[in-house]
Write a protein that binds this ligand. Structure first.
Ligand code: CP
Length: 298
């Protein structure tokens, strides 16, 4: 089994994964030898803080090991194919986690590695982030049918795709607040609409009204730095700030997968404020990834 996409888990598996993550979070010592003698290779074609450290800490806390392979300092940078790299890694380690550019690369890794492969973020999806998001919603009593999540920023990126798919499995309605020139992924929106209401709202205040969850993320993804100035101008009206929060539900929580650019997509008062679940959200990456590793490697 691989974990490349939220679609790899049906509703029952998703619920079980969240339950296991919660149990592992509450009982760390019980799992301290669960993956002893297991090795995870971590391949990074792009930079990371949370994904790298949380996977490394997860394997350590489960009694296993990691090997970190930066694309820039491996033979990948000299043109060795993903297929050949995967085939060899699969002979050395028990699982591979990779942060790659195109989604085709993670699919190729899974095809050739012959060991479980985890998507640590591709251009299309960031499924580990979405699982951590769901655990955070669950802990805050927001993982319930009919809840309203309002997402501010580019709705067509990996984080939004995985979040939308995860919300669809959980019955959480999604409103995307963005300029019309930034659409959501048509396939993900079409699939989600079979289970939930998905709306696009160009007026940020209208989008925020009554929201149970206010979600934002970076406007400038790794690789789109050349469009930085244009994106900042386009998304500035969608900044998550005190005004946005003031029209949301009284007990609304604010989420951001990090890294944040304070003063752009979110203001410091909101990021550091009472409604913010952001640091818990980052911590929960560790716990859901332990559940993923245990499920794939046991
Ligand atoms: N949210 C997230 O994936 O963080 P990193 O890019 O630091 O891994």
């Amino acid at each position: 089994m691989n974990f490349l996409s939220i679609a790899d888990l049906d509703k029952k598996q998703l619920d079980s994964m969240l339950a296991l993550a919660g149990e592992m979070k509450a009982n760390r010592a019980k799992y301290s030898e669960a993956l002893s003698n297991k090795t995870l290779a971590m391949v990074f074609e792009k930079s990371s803080t949370r994904t790298r450290v949380s996977f490394e800490a997860a394997m350590y806390q489960l009694g296993g090991h990691t090997i970190n392979l930066e694309a820039a300092t491996s033979q990948l940078s000299r043109g060795e194919s993903i297929a050949d790299t995967a085939a060899v890694l699969g002979r050395y380690v028990d699982a591979v986690m990779a942060r790659v550019h195109s989604h085709d690369e993670i699919i190729a890794l899974a095809k050739h590695a012959k060991v479980p492969v985890i998507n640590g973020m591709s251009r299309l999806e960031h499924p580990c982030q979405a699982l951590g998001d769901l655990l955070t919603l669950k802990e805050n009593g927001k993982l319930k049918k009919g809840a309203k999540l309002s997402y501010f920023g580019d709705p067509g990126i990996h984080v939004a795709n995985s979040l939308l798919a995860a919300c669809a499995k959980s019955g959480i309605n999604v409103t995307f607040a963005s300029p019309a020139k930034y659409p959501s992924n048509a396939q993900y929106a079409k699939d989600a609409k079979k289970s939930i209401t998905v709306t696009h709202e160009p007026d940020a205040l209208v989008a925020a009204k009554g929201a149970d969850i206010i979600y934002t993320t970076s406007w400038v993804d790794i690789g789109s730095e050349a469009e930085s100035a244009e994106r900042i101008k386009d998304f500035m009206p969608y900044q998550v700030n005190a005004k946005i929060l003031s029209v949301a539900a009284k007990d609304a929580i604010v989420m951001h997968p990090l890294p944040a650019r304070r003063g752009l997509e979110i203001t410091s008062d909101v990021l550091d404020g009472k409604a913010s679940a952001v640091i818990d959200q980052a911590e929960n990456r560790l716990h859901v990834q332990k559940a993923i590793l245990l499920t794939l490697l046991k």
